[in-house]
Design a protein around this ligand. Structure first.
Ligand SMILES: [Zn+2]
Length: 139
């Protein structure tokens, strides 16, 4: 069985992966206009600033949209069926992160479902994933 490929941090994404290894979801936060940015960008598309902080978000969110993978064609991505999803974060309208939704049957995942962050350790890398919160579905 092939090993699941690991992300390769770049200069731009290294702060994200360093924070993840510490158990924090830290996103680019523009010093110029205060906009949260994800995925990382060299410049803020809003104000053009290239100065950022990497600030920790709550790790709570809701499922914006998702797919259930029944058959993967990429070596190492086994364990089907599994769920990949865009997660809306409360820190800013339209701010989304990508991850697996775990801990429940794939057919239990719903758009709008409240989820919380957890990290899956793989060697030096910690992968952000999400699972249903205690309160489950939101209003
Ligand atoms: Zn900005």
């Amino acid at each position: 069985m092939a090993a699941k490929p690991l992300p390769q941090p770049t200069e731009l994404t290294a702060p994200y992966w360093r924070a993840a290894a510490e158990g924090r979801l830290a996103l680019q936060h523009c010093r110029g206009c205060g906009r949260w940015i994800h995925f990382p960008e060299p410049r803020c598309a809003e104000c053009g600033s290239d100065e950022f902080d990497w600030d920790t978000v709550s790790g709570r969110g809701t499922v914006a949209t998702f797919s259930v993978v029944h058959r993967s064609f990429v070596a190492g991505f086994d364990g089907e069926p599994y769920v990949i999803a865009w997660i809306d974060l409360p820190e800013q309208p339209g701010l989304r992160v990508f991850g697996n939704v775990t801990g429940c049957a794939p057919d239990a995942v719903r758009i709008g479902m409240a989820v919380e962050l957890w990290f899956e350790r793989r060697g030096d890398i910690a992968m952000p994933n999400f699972r249903m919160t205690e309160r489950g579905e939101q209003e």
